[in-house]
Design a protein around this ligand. Structure first.
Ligand SMILES: [Zn+2]
Length: 76
């Protein structure tokens, strides 16, 4: 990773949820990803583990199935 920011191609929304005494979630963590190019919404996923995995992979996973693959729309 370099310090140079990538062009924004999608929006990642993460809700860390609310936990009660580390026992149960009154509001589970959620995350979803909205691609700004193909308008696809991935997720939402819920649960701490699923959210962590989703956040870690979606920015590299989505382009592999993006219907508006941004390599072809550089002029936009
Ligand atoms: Zn897309």
């Amino acid at each position: 990773m370099t310090g140079r920011p990538q062009r924004i191609t999608g929006a990642l929304y993460v809700d860390t949820g609310q936990e009660v005494r580390s026992v149960r979630w009154i509001k589970p963590p959620r995350a979803r990803y909205e691609c700004l190019l193909c308008r696809t919404v991935e997720g939402p996923v819920t649960g701490a583990e699923a959210v962590a995995r989703f956040v870690a992979t979606i920015r590299t996973d989505h382009p592999t199935r993006c219907t508006a693959n941004y390599k072809g729309v550089q002029a936009a």
